[in-house]
Design a binder for this molecule. Structure first.
Ligand SMILES: [Zn+2]
Length: 274
C-alpha cells in the first residue's frame, strides 16, 4: 500500500468529538496515511492539541491503527498577535520549552500575510515582520525547522529568511510561481503544496510544482481548508492528501509509489533527523 504523509493539518480545527477523531484517524490510517504534522497557529494552542491526541491514543487502545502524529507550535500573523508580539513570543516559548524533540518537530506556522495585513487597512507591517523574525530566532535557538506562511509577500519573506541563514524549513501552501520556487530553493528551503494545486485555475501553482526539486517537495492538506478536487468545497481532512500525491506523480512523471517514498524521505530529513 502507498504510504502518505500530510505535512500540514490543523486537526483541532476539525472540531470533532474524541470518538469521532479515533474512528476517522483509524480510517485514514487504513487508507495509507502514516503520519500527520499537526500545525499550531497561536501562542498557546499546543497544550490542548497535545491533550487531544493523548486522549485519543489512550482511549483507542493498542490494537487501533492510527497515523503517527507530530506537532509544531507557532503564531500566525493575526492582528491580535502582531499588536502584542513580544508577549505572544514569550508565551509561545513557555509552551515549547519542555516538549520532547520527537513530539515537537517545528516552529510555525509563522510568516507574512499581505493579503490580510495591509497598509491601507492600518496594519502594523513592521511588527508583523518582528513577530516572524522572533520565531525564526526561536527556531535557531531550539534547533528546529520552521513552517512558513507567506502570502502576497514573496520578496519580503525571502529578505527576512536571509537574516537567518542557519534556519531552514518549508514554505507551506505555496502560492507563488516557478521563479519564486527557484529563489526559495536557492536558500535551501522546502516547498509544500496544498489542495489548491488541484484547482482548475491553478496553472501557475502546477508550474511551480513542476519547478520544485523532487528532493525538496512536501505535500499537505492544510485541513480543514482547501479541500482538493474532487472534494473542493468540503471540509478537508488529512486523508485527502492522496489527491495532491496523485497530481504530483503525474506532473513529475514519476510512479506514485516512488514519489511517496521520496516525499517521506524529504519529510524525515527536514523534521525528524535534521
Ligand atoms: Zn495552516
Amino acid at each position: 500500500m502507498i504510504q502518505y504523509i500530510d505535512s500540514h493539518a490543523h486537526l483541532a480545527m476539525l472540531d470533532f468529538q474524541t470518538d469521532t477523531y479515533i474512528r476517522l484517524m483509524n480510517d485514514w490510517a487504513n487508507l495509507g496515511l502514516v503520519s500527520i504534522l499537526d500545525v499550531g497557529t497561536t501562542a498557546k494552542d499546543l497544550k490542548d492539541r497535545l491533550a487531544l491526541w493523548e486522549h485519543c491514543r489512550t482511549k483507542s487502545g493498542a490494537q487501533t491503527n492510527l497515523p503517527r502524529l507530530y506537532f509544531s507550535a507557532g503564531i500566525w500573523p493575526s492582528e491580535e498577535a502582531i499588536g502584542d508580539w513580544k508577549k505572544h513570543i514569550d508565551e509561545l516559548e513557555s509552551h515549547i520549552k519542555n516538549v520532547p524533540r520527537d513530539t515537537l518537530v517545528a516552529i510555525g506556522e509563522c510568516g507574512l500575510d499581505r493579503h490580510w495585513n495591509r497598509l491601507d487597512k492600518g496594519s502594523n507591517l513592521r511588527c508583523e515582520r518582528e513577530l516572524f523574525a522572533a520565531q525564526l530566532d526561536l527556531a535557531h535557538r531550539y534547533g528546529l525547522p520552521v513552517i512558513v506562511h507567506s502570502r502576497d509577500a514573496a520578496q519580503e519573506t525571502l529578505e527576512v529568511l536571509q537574516d537567518f541563514p542557519g534556519v531552514l524549513g518549508v514554505i507551506h501552501c505555496f502560492s507563488y510561481g516557478p521563479q519564486e520556487v527557484a529563489s526559495f530553493l536557492e536558500q535551501g528551503w522546502y516547498i509544500s503544496f496544498a489542495g489548491n494545486v488541484t484547482y482548475k485555475n491553478a496553472q501557475e501553482l502546477r508550474e511551480a510544482l513542476q519547478a520544485t526539486d523532487i528532493t525538496r517537495l512536501l505535500l499537505e492538506t492544510d485541513s480543514p481548508y482547501l479541500a482538493p478536487v474532487p472534494h473542493r468545497g468540503k471540509k478537508a481532512n488529512p486523508s485527502m492528501v492522496q489527491h495532491q500525491y496523485e497530481l504530483a506523480s503525474r506532473i513529475k512523471n514519476m510512479p506514485l509509489e516512488d514519489l511517496a517514498r521520496q516525499v517521506a524521505r524529504n519529510f524525515s530529513k527536514l523534521f525528524i533527523q535534521p
